[in-house]
Design a protein around this ligand. Structure first.
Ligand code: SAH
Length: 248
């Protein structure tokens, strides 16, 4: 079981697999007023940077579940590196339907809401692991400006304009789903660059190290087109944010 190889190549050097920087992740951790001993669940935990740094900075404990073998391995190494391996655990597996044995104080899915068929399904899934009064974290894209055509939406990597809402619509939708929005930290174009542009150097270096790999042609095509695609579409049209929610 694993995710498509293009991600584990292009994002192999990423600590955070989303358009949020280490600084913004720290801002979010501080904003949530975490306390030592709080328990977290993170579905689609990637390379574990959120759990590991918050365990180091705030003394939280937690479990991450991720389908990428490489990212899960990197998360475990990061936990060792930051001296929090006794507080965080990373499980390699499918997070679809995952509910924790013990209720948690913070249940998160940051940039992987397809795990439960979208934002509504993911909130529902996370709520099953959440203690009364706990926080849900959802990381999700939104349109900074509505694409003028379906072609532009596809240029942003969406299947259609309907895939995402505007920020205002997204915030309103959380209310309609029965949740208060109690905090948010948003990406900006610079943090998008850190996520997207960082892939380019990784791909270039991978190509130099693996010229004969059967996947080299695909990576080469990606590296050739991505800087222009990203600059023409995603950078201007797509926003992204982490939203903290509490059931009303
Ligand atoms: N939250 C992390 C990773 C976001 S990228 C961060 O912000 O850094 C999306 C992650 O979802 C990837 O790590 C990918 O491996 C993982 N993923 C994709 N489908 C999954 C599934 N069905 N179950 C668990 N993880 C999944």
């Amino acid at each position: 079981m694993d995710i498509p190889r293009i991600f584990t190549i292009s994002e192999s050097a990423h600590r955070i697999h989303d358009p949020i920087t280490a600084e913004k992740l720290a801002t979010l951790g501080a904003a949530l007023r975490l306390e030592p001993g709080m328990r977290m669940l993170d579905l689609g935990s990637g390379s574990g940077e959120m759990l590991c740094t918050w365990a180091r900075d705030y003394g939280v404990t937690g479990t991450g579940v991720d389908m990428s073998q490489l990212f899960t391995q990197q998360a475990r190494l990061r936990a060792e590196e930051l001296g929090v391996a006794d507080r965080v655990e990373f499980i390699h597996g499918d997070a679809a339907g995952y509910v924790s044995d013990e209720k948690v104080d913070v249940a998160a899915c940051v940039g992987a809401t397809w795990i439960a068929g979208g934002v509504a399904g993911t909130i529902e899934l996370l709520c099953r692991s959440l203690r009364d009064g706990g926080l849900i974290l959802i990381g999700e894209p939104y349109w900074r400006q509505l694409p003028p055509s379906e072609d532009v939406a596809r240029g942003c990597g969406a299947e259609s304009i309907a895939d995402f809402l505007t920020l205002l619509e997204l915030i309103a939708s959380f209310g309609r789903l029965g949740h208060d929005v109690v905090e948010m930290v948003l990406a900006d174009q610079d943090s998008w660059d850190r996520y997207e542009a960082a892939k380019w150097l990784t791909m270039r270096r991978w190509l130099e190290a693996n010229p004969d790999d059967e996947f080299a042609e695909e990576v080469r095509a990606h590296l050739t087109s991505e800087p222009e695609r990203y600059t023409a579409y995603t950078r201007d049209y797509l926003g992204w944010g982490v939203f903290a929610l509490m059931p009303r």
